[in-house]
Design a protein around this ligand. Structure first.
Ligand SMILES: [Zn+2]
Length: 137
């Protein structure tokens, strides 16, 4: 199942995430997308301990980057991470990303290049509990 991209998603953001995914090869990479008060989306890559099949952000860097977003009156929109060796879906371990943001961007490698898949935390919770979250802003 694939979810449509969020309204704020752009081709440029996709290109930025794919470039970061390529630079991190052969390992996975993680980061987040945030927006500044002018509505400009930015990608921030996190320092991480990474292998070709796993990535774990350095906690101190996560905290430092989140303070930086807060200082700029920004808001975090999505987590981003990569699966250079697949799979093309969010793994069980990826469920912890729900703590970071509502939206999740998975950049995975295919035979002919990279592709992007989107996930939403509400969808994850709904699947786990069978309870639809309240709709709101
Ligand atoms: Zn993953």
């Amino acid at each position: 199942m694939s979810i449509s991209p969020p309204a704020w998603w752009t081709e440029a953001l996709g290109a930025t995430c794919i470039r970061a995914a390529e630079e991190a090869l052969p390992n996975e990479m993680c980061g987040f997308i945030w927006t500044d008060p002018r509505g400009v989306q930015q990608f921030t890559k996190l320092r991480a301990v990474a292998t070709p099949t796993s990535v774990q952000a350095v906690p101190q860097d996560v905290v430092a980057r989140m303070y930086e977003v807060d200082r700029q009156d920004g808001r975090i929109l999505a987590s981003v991470h990569t699966h250079p060796l697949g799979p093309s879906w969010f793994s069980q371990r990826d469920q912890s990303l729900a703590l970071v943001a509502t939206w999740h961007v998975l950049v995975y490698r295919q035979v002919d290049g990279w592709a992007v898949r989107f996930g939403r935390s509400e969808a994850v919770r709904e699947r786990r509990t069978g309870v639809k979250p309240p709709t709101g802003p």
